[in-house]
Design a protein around this ligand. Structure first.
Ligand code: SIN
Length: 281
């Protein structure tokens, strides 16, 4: 555990997640405070802030303190502002963005290092987000499984979540590109990565973007991947965040996964999200 002078940090589960206090993220924060927020993120993988008021400009300004803003390649339908993604769930939607376990946008050659999600409007209950610690997922594997995975890569694609064949736009308000010119983005990543800042090993696969193990067919990879997908979301690796209006979740996308729980059946849930560019590792 690290000591903090500028912020308070209260761990929310045994696996990951901490609530940060004593800071208004819309302010021009000094370097020491930003440094402590970054330290808390590295230590806890996802950090939460309550009762924040964040305009679009201040949301972007806070994001830029941690890196360049990542432009999402698929969530851009009808939007002038390419730096902000809005995730809107309305009554009648039968699906929501992010309802299956994933790390964000891992089909990119350089996936985003993190995301900052801000709640504009949330239901009275439901619509939580669950996070899972992928260091723990790796560390709790047997030595035999670790040895096998250490040399393997996996192919990631956005074919299940964007483009006309995905059919996601018929089920939800938050639209993705589905025009005829859309082409899948496909890149390969090591199944076990070393975090560029902490130096710790973590799993880097997820059931939304990962297609198969490089050099194997989907059928050959499936038993190994299915075992890992079940393992990497074990309850003891997770924390669950119940949103209020003005809450923020800021996650490290390199070493965690998350899922939006779609149980707020007749209500509106409206979120505003930036992503932070990553580095290739
Ligand atoms: C996401 O997957 O980035 C969104 C998560 C959420 O809306 O809770």
């Amino acid at each position: 555990m690290t000591d903090y002078n500028r912020i308070s940090v209260e761990q929310v589960s045994g696996a990951l997640g901490a609530e940060i206090g004593g800071v208004n993220v819309a302010d021009e924060l000094d370097e020491e405070t930003i440094g402590e927020i970054r330290r808390a993120l590295l230590e806890h993988l996802v950090i939460f802030f309550r009762d924040q008021e964040l305009s679009v400009d201040r949301h972007k300004a806070f994001t830029r303190r941690f890196g360049e803003i990542f432009i999402h390649p698929n969530f851009q339908l009808g939007q002038d502002d390419k730096e902000m993604v809005y995730l809107l769930r309305q009554p009648g939607d039968t699906s929501v963005a992010g309802e299956k376990w994933h790390a964000d946008t891992t089909m990119m050659e350089t996936p985003p290092m993190g995301a900052i999600l801000y709640a504009l409007e949330v239901p009275a209950y439901g619509g939580d987000t669950i996070f899972a610690n992928q260091y723990l997922a790796y560390e709790t594997l047997s030595e035999g499984m670790k040895d096998m995975l250490d040399g393997l890569n996996a192919v990631h694609s956005d074919i299940r979540v964007a483009g006309p064949q995905s059919d996601v736009n018929s089920k939800r308000t938050s639209k993705v590109r589905d025009d005829a010119n859309w082409r899948p983005t496909v890149h390969t990543h090591a199944i076990v990565k070393v975090h560029p800042e902490t130096g710790r090993k973590h799993l880097f696969i997820n059931p939304v973007y990962t297609m198969h193990i490089d050099g194997m067919t989907e059928a050959e990879s499936a038993p190994i991947l299915e075992f890992l997908y079940a393992h990497q979301r074990r309850p003891e690796f997770t924390c669950r965040f119940a949103w209020k209006q003005g809450s923020i979740a800021f996650w490290d996308n390199r070493c965690s996964m998350h899922l939006a729980v779609h149980d707020n059946h007749d209500s509106v849930r409206h979120m505003q999200r930036t992503q932070i560019a990553g580095s290739r590792n």
